[in-house]
Design a protein around this ligand. Structure first.
Ligand code: ATP
Length: 511
């Protein structure tokens, strides 16, 4: 392994509200390695990376890159130095072509920007070199999630990044796509690139990384080589105890049909069919996992059931009654709750307090009222119990939710949706970005919900999660139900991947 390419030394960050997100953190990465940065939600990973990218100033500490002290003031500064970030939420313009996205915002001094032919050629050559199969002329909006990720990687490579930071890159990929990404990362490594791999997935880290640095509560716990570590060692390192993500479920005891969806069809404004005659049913006491590559209708399916759209065709019978066309409020009152995928946009109100976010779904409930007014004592007790049950890292329940780390915001939304004791819970990526400790807790809650004779629809891009929890599995591809397995044990992850990628298809009419 090469010399140290990046050293972040004694980094301390105190946010203006007094939160000390990094406490004397030291983190160093050697040239040509793949180095995992891990830690529980709120451990300070994002803060450390924001400091590296000039989005936040360190209160104390130094950054040394290739032997020189650097003081980045913006992401543009950092990329100029040769450090690039592949974000989890892609920063691409859907209406533009691949090569246009790649050169967008590039420094004029970089010759390829002005010359279209040159730009296309540069994209082609770099794509070929790193086996990133992508057509420079394709329109980004028409690409799959994994292809968009390749465009992001190309973007940073063409800007001269020697050090690439990937933020939970496999969260949205199938097993096949993850394997492909890992091959590309190894190719990058072989070509002397260095990679920082931010992830909560221990198995993947063990598969691809050379070393791991773990942060806990803002401090560096330490760095260890992957070769000497077991899964248990790493989880203990991260959360201070053994966490084994294996669920022991009781055999399912299905009750009556709770939800029956028939021929659900939904077109967007442009006339694209996002849901195409989807039919399935769910029984009481059943967890139905919905697998699919992002953008294949799973989101729309959840949102259509929860009353987000008008113009949906078909039928949704809940407890024997039609709910299609009802308002979200009425659907909630019927006993359905929803953990949305995008917790920041649809799940939570950023500048509102934690307690406000935790009661948002039941604000009209008599439970929270005294003489017709809000009973703040009850509200705070309720919020504080949820904060402690779900291990939300915060100062107090008056804090605006927008100041929490991503994973802790997610915990608030999950806690709220469980707390209303729904008959049907629709959980859309419930553990994305959540650390192993909280992940285990949420999985247990989902199983408790099912064992109490309630229904669960679990939408997840994480096939391990689908396999561990689901009694039955529906696969979505291109807005259609592409396969249904009544007994989830009768299918493996690779077979699911085949249906998710459209390599195989079953006629799914009614289950
Ligand atoms: N802008 C901010 N203002 C105040 N506190 C903040 C701000 N951003 C983050 N924090 C706090 O800093 C701490 C570290 O958060 P950070 O986002 O760095 O964690 P993380 O390890 O990236 O977590 P996750 O895995 O959930 O993304 C948390 O306690 C968080 O609430």
């Amino acid at each position: 392994m090469g010399k140290e390419i990046l050293k972040m030394e004694h980094i301390t960050k105190i946010y203006p509200n007094g939160v000390m997100a990094n406490r004397d953190v030291s983190f160093s990465v050697r040239e040509g390695e793949i180095h995992a940065l891990m830690g529980e939600n709120g451990a300070g990973k994002s803060t450390l990376m924001k400091i590296l990218f000039g989005d936040e100033d360190a209160t104390e500490g130094d950054i040394i890159f290739e032997g020189n002290k650097i003081q980045p003031k913006s992401a543009a500064d950092t990329i100029r130095l040769g450090i690039g970030m592949v974000h989890q939420h892609f920063m691409l313009v859907d209406s533009l072509r691949v090569y246009e996205n790649v050169i967008l915002g590039m420094e004029p001094k970089n010759g390829i920007m002005i010359d279209k032919e040159k730009a296309i050629r540069a994209v082609e050559e770099t794509a070929k070199k790193y086996n990133l199969k992508i057509d420079p002329m394709a329109v980004v909006g028409e690409l799959s999630v994994s292809q968009k990720q390749k465009v992001e990687i190309l973007k940073v490579l063409l800007r001269g990044a020697k050090l690439l930071i990937l933020d939970e890159p496999t969260a949205v990929l199938t097993p096949q796509e993850t394997d492909e990404l890992f091959e590309q990362l190894l190719l990058l490594k072989k070509n002397d690139h260095t990679i920082i791999f931010i992830s909560h997935k221990i198995r993947e880290v063990m598969q691809i990384c050379d070393n791991i640095t773990v942060l806990r509560a803002g401090r560096t716990v330490g760095s260890i080589p992957v070769a000497n570590a077991t899964e248990e060692d790493i989880s203990r390192f991260m959360v201070g105890r053994d966490v084994i993500l294996k669920m022991n479920k009781k055999p399912a005891e299905f009750g009556d049909t709770l939800l029956k969806v028939t021929d659900l069809t939904y077109e967007n404004k442009e006339g694209r069919k996002l849901l195409d005659h989807v039919s399935f049913s769910l029984k009481k006491g059943q967890i139905l996992g919905i697998a699919g590559v992002e953008g294949n209708g799973q989101n729309e399916l959840a949102e259509a059931i929860f009353g987000f759209y008008s113009g949906v065709k078909g039928s949704i019978l809940f407890d024997g009654k039609e709910i299609l066309g009802k308002s979200i409020r009425a659907i909630r009152d019927d006993g359905i709750s929803y953990i949305p995928e995008d917790r920041i946009k649809t799940g939570a109100a950023g500048n509102i307090s934690l307690w406000g976010n935790m009661i948002a779904d039941i604000i009209d409930s008599p439970l929270l009222k005294k003489h017709g007014l809000l009973n703040y004592k009850n509200i705070h007790e309720r919020a504080d119990k949820l904060i402690s049950d779900f291990g939300v890292l915060c100062q107090n329940d008056d804090q605006p939710i927008g100041m929490l780390s991503g994973g802790n915001m997610q915990k608030v939304v999950v806690a709220r949706e469980f707390s209303s004791d729904p008959k049907l819970l629709i959980a859309n990526q419930p553990t994305r970005g959540i650390d192993v400790g909280a992940n285990e807790f949420i999985w247990k809650k989902i199983i408790e919900q099912r064992d109490a004779g309630k229904g669960v629809i679990l939408i997840s891009a994480d096939l391990n999660e689908i396999m561990e929890l689901s009694d039955s599995i529906l696969v979505m591809c291109g807005g259609q139900a592409a396969a249904y397995f009544e007994d989830a044990k009768k299918v493996d992850e690779f077979e699911l991947g085949n249906y998710m990628l459209g390599l195989k298809h079953q006629e799914v009419s009614e289950s």
